[in-house]
Design a binder for this molecule. Structure first.
Ligand code: NAD
Length: 319
């Protein structure tokens, strides 16, 4: 199959591209490199440099004979969404509309979408299931949810003369190799690793007792790949987490420990919490298990070691 991976020069998208190529698919990548890197684009993929907000660029990517889309390009930071809501809206919603319109125009029947746990806001109970009402508290959560809704509403349109199968993944805290070491707005695991590698203090917003569900990138890619041609996933939203709960203080301790350091010997600053911060988040992953036979396979400590090895190599002089 020929699969378009939007955002394929970024962290999650480049791993998806690798996994698709390994399964024998042809991969086309559309990315404007605003937070991604051309070096992340696998050599075997075809790269179209362009913006998902530009219908012409989206059409140029589809011209490569696209049969399914992994729509992953997005503005991925909660903080940026508050600093520049119009940018967040245009990339996440208009960009998705452009991809969707091109699917309709060319009768491309399959879209998998990179949604986010931020859609839930503050859930009434944890672990949160996909049936929990979505009440985002960040602008980013609003735009991720809006894009989901456009896609599902389109799949239900009675006037479409072809089947449009949508699956959305509400991903929790994805981490792993190739998560940016330079972007202070995205990816707390590699932000802390980069701080230590550069000898900078670590900054924690709030008291550090807020918790997150960290899921390793290889497990996330496995979930998407299982869904690609599985009708059980059509029209469905999935949580993608590991089902765990790790505090930011514990994450800092584990990260410092990887470097033989501790909070006693390394400067850790605490600043007030930021808008849109969710206090606790844990995914109920039963739906993914039941429908797709998926399990998170990489334990947190193992995933951290893999990420650390990559980060240290990447930061080595001359790398
Ligand atoms: N990392 C996570 O924990 C997480 C969790 C939930 C959802 N997501 C979503 O997954 C997606 C990928 O996130 P990531 O962590 O890999 O971030 P990333 O920044 O590494 O990847 C995003 C990619 O999209 C590209 N991009 C951004 N705007 C674009 C535009 N207008 N046109 C074309 N390309 C554009 C970037 O250059 C980058 O390569 C995002 O949509 C994000 O909202 C990520």
């Amino acid at each position: 199959m020929t699969i378009l991976v939007t955002g394929g020069a970024g962290f999650i998208g480049s791993h998806m591209a690798d996994h698709l190529l390994a399964r024998g698919h042809r991969v086309v990548i559309l990315d404007n490199l605003c937070t991604g890197f051309e070096e992340n684009v696998p050599a075997a993929a075809e790269f179209v440099k362009g913006d998902v907000r530009d219908p012409g660029a989206v059409a140029a990517a589809f011209d490569k004979g696209v049969e399914a889309v992994f729509h992953i390009a997005g503005q991925a930071s909660t903080i940026v969404s508050f600093d520049d809501p119009a940018e967040d809206l245009s990339v996440n919603v208009t960009g998705t509309l452009n991809v969707m319109n091109e699917c309709i125009r060319r009768r491309v029947t399959r879209v998998l979408y990179a949604s986010s746990m931020t859609a839930y806001g503050v859930p009434a109970k944890l672990p949160v299931t996909e049936d929990e009402p979505v009440r985002p508290i960040s602008y980013y959560g609003i735009t991720k949810e809006a894009a989901e809704r456009y896609l599902f509403a389109t799949a239900g349109r009675v006037d479409l003369d072809f089947d449009f199968h949508v699956t959305a993944f509400r991903m929790f805290n994805v981490y792993g190799e190739r998560q940016s070491l330079d972007n202070p707005y995205q990816g707390v695991v590699t932000i802390f690793m980069a701080n230590i590698l550069k000898g900078e203090p670590i900054t924690i917003f709030s008291d550090g007792e807020q918790t997150r569900d960290f899921v390793y990138i290889g497990d996330v890619a496995d979930a998407w790949l299982r869904a690609l041609d599985n009708p059980a996933s059509y029209g469905t939203v999935y949580n993608v987490g590991a089902g765990g709960s790790i505090s930011i203080n514990r994450l800092v301790d584990v990260t410092l420990d990887c470097f033989g350091k501790s909070r006693e010997t390394y400067e850790v600053r605490y600043l007030p919490e930021r808008p849109g911060d969710q206090r606790h988040m844990t995914a109920d992953i039963s739906r993914l298990r039941t429908d797709l036979g998926w399990e998170p396979r990489v334990p947190f400590d193992d995933g951290m070691q893999r990420t650390l090895r990559w980060a240290v190599n990447k930061s080595a002089p001359g790398a």
